[in-house]
Structure formats: structure tokens, C-alpha cells
Design a protein around this ligand. Sequence first.
Ligand code: ZN
Length: 255
Amino acid sequence: MRVVGSLILALTLAVGSGGAASALPTPERDALAGPLVGRTIVIDPGHQLGNHNFPRKIARLVPAGGFRKACNTTGTATRGGYPEATMVWQVSRMLATRLRGLGADVTLTRHSNRQDRWGPCVDVRGRAGNRAGADLKVSVHGDGSTAARARGFHVIAPTDRRPWTHDIYRPSQRLARETRAALRGVGLPVANYTAGGDGVDFRSDLGTLNLANIPSVMVELGNMRNSSDARRMTSRKGRATYARALARAVVNHLR
Ligand code: ZN
């Protein structure tokens, strides 16, 4: 007991001697440390680069929220051949660095961008962060529309699909609107080729959203087949702009 007692005394002294910051109430202290301290964010960087080398594995059907769907797809690419998998990997890594800098714990659904790897499947991506009770998930993609002059970003949120998304569709739709606002805020154009035309779509057919128990959105950062979107995606500065906006959306949502 005496050992425990002196341990507590030592800890009390150590905490008490922390200087000016320790004199602040907890919320102010956390704000100094970073707005995302204590938060866990899942980033899902679209498709693995090597998916096209494993067609049978990628075609396997997996649960997607009351129906089954192919494990994954190969993703798209710019006309110049810059793959979606690489673009979303690079943006996701920049985003992870930013969020960690703001104090968050960040988990990615894949840990490499390689031709000799595949997956994970959409069911694994969909459930990522559920067990850990993460605060939210952002799935990062680039679109591949061949429609003439199709360009711009759009954000996809789940519809109310009972029992799958009933628990998360409202905060997810809010997160989608916040993500749209943040992307607009750095000067990015809303997609001119999607259904509503306002930059937010609602879908019930995506395992990545249907299997989530945490607020989740999928963002199509732009149309990779469009030359002005592709120019942004293939430049480091352009990718940093996407990452900055996505980090802003996360902070705004969790504030
Ligand atoms: Zn994609």
C-alpha cells in the first residue's frame, strides 16, 4: 500500500508540475494539443494497385448489406495512365499525416500500393473501424466518366437502408455536406455530370457504406478522364489541396 501511495503522490507531483498548459481546463488543453486528440479516423484509399492482376479474387462475391457484390474493382485511371489506386493512396497518406498532426489516431484500410497485392474487399472496407468504435470513415476515390466534359467532385452518403445504415445515415449525410463544403472551400468544382448535380449523392448499393456502423462517406475527388481534373490529380500540389479540404471536413464534423 505504501508503494502505491507514493506512486500516486509521484504521479500527482508530475502532473502538477506541467506548467502553464496544466493550469488550463481540459477542453482548452485538448485544443492546444490538437482538435482531434482522442479521435479515431478511418481512411479507405479506394482500390489496391494490383487488383487487375488478381481477377478471380476481385470478382469473388462478398456481403455488401443485404446482397452480395464483387469483392472490388480495378478502379480507373487518367488518360495518361495514372491509376486511381495511386492517386487515392497518395491523397490518403497526405490526409493521414494532416489528421495525425491534429492529434487523431488514423487507420488506413490498406498499407501499401503495389502491383503484387489486391484487396481488401468492400465488406472489409465497410466494417473497418466498427469494432474500434472509430469516429468516422472517409473512402477516397476518383471517378472514370467518359461523358464529354464531365468534371468535378461528388460525395456519396448512404441512404436509410434498414437495418444496415439506419444508425448512421443521418451523420453520414451531414458529413457528406461538410465534405462538399470543404472541397468547394478550396475552390474545387462540384461534379457537372452526376444525378442531383449538387455534389452530394445518396446510394444504397455500396458495401463500403452499407456495412459501416460509424458515419461514413465516399468521395469521388474528380473525374480522372477529364483533363483539368487529371492535371490536379497528377500534381503534388493538387493532391495536397484535396487532402487539406478533407482534413477540414473531418475537423468540422467532429467539432
Ligand atoms: Zn474507385
